[in-house]
Structure formats: C-alpha cells, structure tokens
Design a protein around this ligand. Structure first.
Ligand code: SAM
Length: 331
C-alpha cells in the first residue's frame, strides 16, 4: 500500500542522518564514539561532501548546546529532568549524555520511532559492548532511582493519536515513565517535516495536557527541520526527496524563519525562538571552532553553503504550566 511505501522511504532518512553523522565524526568535525556501532560497516562508508559535513556539524553542535543548557539548568538547581526523543532513529545523544558531565541530572530518557527502526537499534545495542555497557550502568541506576531508560526503545507511529502511543507508553510498566512533575525536554530532530502539521500539533498538545494539570514540570521542545521549501533552492530539495519517494507534508506552512516559533506559540507555549543554521554558523559558533573546522576540508562553495544552511532551522520553545514557577527556566 501507498503509506507503507512512503513510510519505508521516510525510515531510510535515518540511514542518511546516521551516515552524515558518521562522516562528520570520521572527518573530525564532531566527536562521537558511539555512532560507529549504529552503522553497518562504518569503515567502508564513503565520506559525505564538505557542505554536508559542515551542515551536520552546525546542526549537531547547536542542538547539543541547547540540550546541554537544559541539563545544566537542571543540575544547577538540584533538579533532575527527562528527555523524550521523537523519531530518534540512530541518534547517539543518550549515550553521550549518559557518559557526560550532567548524567546525574537525567531522570529518564525515552526514544520513540517506527518499530523497524527501534528493533534495529535494540539489536545494535545488544551487539555492541560500548553501547550496552552504558545501559548497564543506567539499568542499575534505574533500579535504584526509578526510570532512566527503557530498552528496547519504544516503537510507535507518531502520526497516530498520541493517547494510543504516548498514553500507553506512560501507563506501561510500574507506573508513569514520565513524571509530569519533572522538567521535560522534547526533541524532534528532522522528523516533524514528515508529518502533517495537525499531527505534530496533536503530539505537542498531548504533552502540554500531560504536564499542565498537576504540572510543576516545565516543558521544553527543540525542533530541527528543513523549511523555506517554496523558493527555488527549496523546490530542488523537495524534488530530490520526491525522487526518493519521501513526502514532506509537514513542511508547507513555514516559508520564513519568523513563522517557525508559531509552531509553539500557537499552542500556548510561553516563549519560542528560531534560528537558521546559517545564522547559527555566523553568530553562535565560536571563532576558534570556525577556524578549527575550516582546516579540516577545503570548501570552495561558501555561497552554496549559505544557501543550504538557510534552508534548515532550529526552533525551541518553553511551556511553563500555570502552576509552575517560571524561574529558572523562563530566562
Ligand atoms: N532524529 C534522528 C536524527 O536526527 O539523527 C533521526 C532523524 S531521521 C531524518 C527521521 C526519523 O524519524 C527516522 O528514524 C524515522 O523513522 C522517524 N519517523 C518519521 N516519521 C515517523 C512517525 N510517523 N513515527 C515514528 N517515527 C517516525
């Protein structure tokens, strides 16, 4: 059937994301000792072009920074927080946090993707000592502190009514996996573009409803996505994806960066902001880092780089339930 074909093409985008990350690691843009365990035959995979490596670097560095700030804010205030990665694919963020400076600030980390993707990831975790060793520590921690991670990662279709997927996820096991009382960060890294805007709004609304009533828990959300697909370069991007049978039903409404925070603000989020990867590279990556990565590979097409980077954006928002104190998250 049509939808199954479309979904298998969407699932393949995870392989693209993982190979792009592997390439950026092998070319020393990024450090990540875990990605090679989630990609088959990592040493035989071809490097991606410099433009893709730089894009991957800017995207990963910016999202890592926002997640790091979230964890640090929790840690500084003696709180623990939860992270939910939706459409998590082969992402390694869990392992990087679990071995990083703020691992003790993490109360729960939940990943959700299609079953084909989560079972493949669960298999890779079982095969790799490096991946499973970290889980080992966390399982013990979970035993004592209730709820760090659930393996295998949760399988589900994010387009289904959230009550059937996330609702069950929260009701399963020995009580709520996500506490509505803890600050919780939602990650949508290159996933909402594959869903209708109504389905992504329903997802966000579900989280708001879960956190609002009892809620002392603050909700943060980070979306990374391609946008501005109506201009000439954007149309080429869409055509390239169409050639691979990937449809982008969620991309239509956002024709400029100023409209991106609307995704959150229209749902009643307290604050939201968006930056394109072009802006992030120009204004938020340190000079020293820009200098370092400029030595890694020769890039002739600086104008083309800007053109690519201005078609991707990171939007982040904060929802503070009425009963919660905004500080320190409201800053
Ligand atoms: N977030 C990961 C990253 O940035 O490396 C993976 C990004 S990949 C481009 C998109 C992921 O979203 C894929 O793993 C795909 O299977 C998942 N995805 C897309 N639509 C989904 C849906 N309706 N339900 C569950 N997962 C979905």
């Amino acid at each position: 059937p049509q939808t199954q074909d479309a979904d298998s093409s969407v699932r393949l985008t995870d392989t693209d994301a993982a190979l792009a990350r592997l390439s950026a690691v092998q070319k020393q843009y990024l450090q990540d000792p875990y990605i090679k365990h989630l990609v088959p035959r990592p040493h035989l995979q071809p490097a991606r072009p410099p433009l893709i490596n730089i894009g991957t670097y800017v995207r990963a560095t910016a999202i890592d920074d926002l997640v790091f700030q979230w964890l640090r804010t929790s840690a500084t205030h003696g709180m623990r927080c939860q992270i939910v990665s939706l459409g998590s694919g082969s992402d390694t963020r869990f392992w990087r946090i679990a071995t990083g400076a703020h691992k003790d600030a993490l109360a729960a980390y939940v990943e959700l993707d299609f079953p084909e993707i989560t079972s493949k990831k669960a298999m890779a975790i079982r095969k790799s000592k490096d991946l499973s060793a970290v889980l080992g520590i966390l399982r013990i921690a979970r035993w004592h502190r209730a709820g760090i991670i659930h393996i295998p990662p949760f399988a589900g279709d994010l387009r289904l009514p959230p009550a059937d997927t996330l609702g069950k996820l929260l009701a399963s096991e020995d009580g709520a996996i996500l506490s509505p009382a803890l600050p919780t960060l939602l990650l949508f890294e290159c996933v909402l573009v594959y869903m209708l805007p109504a389905a992504s709004s329903a997802l966000l609304q579900w989280f708001i409803d879960y956190f609002s009533p009892s809620g002392s828990g603050v909700l943060g959300s980070i979306v990374y996505e391609m946008f501005r697909l109506q201009d000439s370069f954007g149309r080429v991007m869409v055509e390239n994806l169409k050639a691979r049978h990937v449809a982008l039903p969620g991309a239509a409404p956002y024709s400029d960066a100023a409209s991106l925070p609307g995704r959150f603000l229209n749902l009643g989020f307290t604050a939201a902001r968006a930056l394109t990867l072009k802006e992030i590279r120009k204004s938020y990556i340190s000079r020293a880092e820009l200098e370092r990565i400029s030595q890694l590979e020769l890039v002739d097409e600086i104008e083309e780089l800007d053109l690519v980077l201005e078609h991707y954006a990171i939007t982040w928002g904060l929802f503070v339930p009425p009963s919660a104190s905004a500080a320190p998250w409201g800053q």
